[in-house]
Design a protein around this ligand. Structure first.
Ligand code: MN
Length: 262
């Protein structure tokens, strides 16, 4: 999230909400633990800092998802995971503050039934590519085929006018963002960051890490000359073959994140 209060807007970046729907069958313990690990990895890999978040669809209730309460990802524990409805309403927050931008997750899970996990971040090399006219993040190396032939850039002014704080702070903005995911697994958000989706927590984390790397390499390569990008066929082939191995970096990143937390 980015916190600004210009333009006459003063909504807080974290809000306490009432639990409006009852809790469902508890999600699997393994899923919670994996979500906690994902928070730590994303911080350790530099994808998120104090802001940014990852969610997972509830394994027993596809109309629910799990997301940490409002806090820095590096500090998340299993006790901090909160269940939400697809309207972005907390089920068991118990008065704890939740992320204002939970509507990103709610509306993408609603629209993309194939998506199991979502990462929203402001990772450093992505932001420049979100603000230059005519510029698109585009797959330019084999680890980032999922980026495809040009990631859409969500322009919040089209849905929210020209004086928002750029945050996806309600269902209306969440739905406008989610529409960009038809046929795409990563969407840049102008002047803000990006959101990436996957079929599992591990895949979403993998994509968030390699989207940042693709952006960094693209910025570097563009300074040297004309860039040769992956073709659509190469992109698809790389996704099919390389993303079958997302468990390999996951284990390494997890070990590294744990070592550095000690
Ligand atoms: Mn944000």
């Amino acid at each position: 999230m980015c916190a600004t209060d210009h333009g006459g807007q003063h909504h807080p970046i974290a809000v306490a909400v009432d639990d409006t729907a009852g809790p469902s069958a508890p999600p699997s313990r393994e899923m919670i633990e994996e979500l906690v690990s994902a928070n730590h990895i994303l911080f350790d890999q530099g994808v998120v800092d104090a802001f940014g978040h990852i969610s997972v669809r509830h394994d027993k209730r596809p109309d629910r998802f799990l997301l940490a309460r409002n806090m820095a990802p590096s500090q998340v524990t299993a006790e901090d995971i909160v269940e939400f409805t697809l309207d972005g309403e907390a089920v068991n927050a118990g008065g704890r503050k939740v992320y204002l931008e939970r509507f990103i997750h709610a509306e993408i899970f609603r629209r993309r039934t194939d998506v199991a996990a979502i990462v929203h971040s402001h990772s450093h090399s992505i932001v420049p590519l979100s603000v230059v006219k005519g510029m698109r993040l585009r797959a330019m190396f084999h680890m980032a085929g999922f980026v495809g032939q040009g990631a859409p850039v969500f322009e919040i002014r089209e849905a929210g006018g020209d004086a928002t704080d750029l945050l996806i702070s309600n269902g209306h903005l969440g739905r406008a963002l989610a529409e960009n995911f038809d046929g795409h697994d990563i969407v840049l958000m102008r002047g803000h960051g990006s959101t990436v989706v996957g079929g599992s927590i591990k895949q979403a984390v993998y994509r968030a890490v390699y989207a940042e790397l693709n952006a960094r390499y693209q910025l570097q390569a563009m300074q040297l000359g004309e860039v040769t990008y992956l073709t659509e066929g190469e992109s698809r082939s790389c996704v099919a073959h390389i993303e079958a191995q997302v468990h390999r970096p996951w284990e390494m990143w997890l070990e590294q994140a744990r070592a550095r937390r000690r």
